[in-house]
Design a binder for this molecule. Structure first.
Ligand SMILES: Cc1cc2nc3c(=O)[nH]c(=O)nc-3n(C[C@H](O)[C@H](O)[C@H](O)COP(=O)(O)OP(=O)(O)OC[C@H]3O[C@@H](n4cnc5c(N)ncnc54)[C@H](O)[C@@H]3O)c2cc1C
Length: 422
């Protein structure tokens, strides 16, 4: 593991060393795979050699396929949907599920993959994560054995892309109680009425997991709505200034019919849905970490080559203070992400653990991307210095999967015993 101390003249922080990894146990003297300078304390050594090899393959994919096109797609607010299948071929999309995992992997590894995606493009991380995280976790945790067998393998291969429809025009933070979309059972068919907002991938997804209240018992249930089902329309939300590559949609559900066999059989209430959100909140913490690393690496590179007063601005104390603060934020956030994922693997993770990780890391992310932007001066405002996209994207990541307020209220409830949501 090598790392560039923030107190020396920085080099552009990309992968620094390469060696072939073998299948050694985690950290047991496995040859170092390429490491990131931003991994200052060498957390990557916690991954098994097999996991490190896969991380490297993902990193190379992102550098080769996504980095060269990200700014252009971001400016056009377009999504490189064609890259889903080639990305899926790397074998990480179904890594969490027994039906689709190529090898046994840790939650730390799966989080790390999200970080690698976001480090190059936070939108790409969201695009993949909505399907591989939110949609597949809904089916993996809430589906019957038959539903898992039917949906997870094609989703892992990238033959089927998923979306996750929870938020509504009139219900965001209060979805636990405020959902207005209804599902009414008639024999073996459910009929859905309502509207959803902000649903990523929904304009092209093959299946949207729609969350609705059963009119019989008022409980939240999950439905697999297939593309092209009559009564379902998805309209792209335009003029977004964050995660512009992600295609978010307003959805209308006007008498959409769903077979009972496409209702998630293991979901009986919002509590079951909360289990999905707990797992995916970890993923957003890792995504936030990747977003700040992407901005940090660009700021390190920019400040090394930009000269003012006859010297690189990286040689000035105030610039180094910003970079050191960013590296501190990254390192602390990486520690939080690693530990909260280990709790997931141990089976001891509680809602408040995941909520605190999301809240803490997104807050550090917001400070970090702003400092990186500041360190790049006026050029930091354009896409060219490599920071502005991360700066803008951080805002949506800060807000989705529970705002900082909501996640801190979950932590606050655990600290005090008082639920203070309303
Ligand atoms: C780019 C993007 C992608 C998204 N993708 C998806 C997706 O794929 N699927 C999906 O289902 N959803 C998605 N969302 C929705 C996202 O989860 C919601 O935006 C988020 O949960 C916040 O809800 P809201 O926007 O309605 O804000 P609101 O709930 O209206 O909140 C507005 C403000 O009020 C604060 N607030 C609300 N209640 C309280 C309270 N009790 N106490 C203190 N403060 C409070 C909030 O913290 C926030 O600051 C996405 C959102 C964005 C921006």
């Amino acid at each position: 593991m090598t790392a560039t101390p923030a107190t020396t003249t920085p080099t552009p922080a990309t992968a620094t060393t390469t060696a072939t990894a073998t299948d050694a146990a985690p950290g047991a003297g496995a040859p170092a795979a390429s490491v990131l300078d931003a991994d200052f304390y060498g957390f990557q050594n916690l991954l098994s050699a097999r996991e490190q090899e896969t991380v490297l393959a993902v990193r190379e994919f992102m550098e080769r396929e996504v980095r060269p096109i990200a700014d252009d797609y971001w400016e056009r607010s377009d999504c490189p949907v064609h890259l889903f299948k080639p990305f899926a071929a790397l074998g990480t999309v179904g890594a969490a599920w027994s039906e689709t995992a190529g090898f046994a992997s840790s939650a730390v590894f799966r989080g790390w993959i999200g970080m690698e995606l976001a480090r190059v493009d936070s939108s790409f991380c969201t695009f993949i994560g909505v399907s591989s995280g939110l949609a597949m976790s809904s089916i993996g945790l809430g589906g019957s054995a038959a539903q898992r067998e039917q949906w997870l393998p094609p989703m892992a291969r990238g033959d089927v892309i998923g979306a996750f429809g929870l938020t509504e025009p009139l219900s965001g933070s209060d979805t636990a109680k405020g959902l207005r979309t209804t599902a009414t059972r008639h024999g073996d068919t459910w009929v859905l009425h309502g509207a959803k907002r902000w649903i990523g991938n929904a304009t092209f997804a093959d299946v949207v997991v729609v969350w609705a209240k059963d009119t019989a018992d008022d409980q939240v249930k999950g439905f697999l709505v297939r593309r092209g089902t009559p009564g379902f329309t998805a309209t792209k939300i335009e003029r977004k200034q964050s995660l512009r590559i992600v295609q978010n949609a307003d959805i209308v559900l006007d008498g959409v019919e769903v077979a009972e066999s496409d209702r998630l059989q293991g979901i009986d209430s919002f509590r079951d849905l909360a289990n999905v959100l707990r797992v995916t909140r970890d993923g957003v913490a890792w995504q936030s970490l990747g977003t700040m690393i992407g901005a940090y690496e660009a700021a390190v590179a920019y400040t090394a080559q930009r000269e003012q007063f006859g010297h690189p601005i990286a040689s000035y104390q105030l610039v180094q203070d910003k970079l050191a603060t960013c590296l501190g934020n990254i390192t602390a956030s990486l520690a939080v992400c690693v530990r909260v994922s280990q709790l997931q693997d141990d089976g001891t993770q509680r809602d408040a653990h995941a909520a605190m990780a999301k809240s803490f890391v997104t807050t550090r992310m917001r400070e970090t991307v702003a400092l990186c932007r500041e360190a790049c001066g006026g050029n930091g405002i354009t896409l060219d210095a490599g920071v502005a996209r991360f700066f803008a994207d951080a805002e949506a990541v800060y807000t989705f999967e529970g705002t900082r307020d909501m996640n801190n209220l979950i932590v606050g409830r655990e600290i005090t015993g008082h639920a203070a949501f309303a």
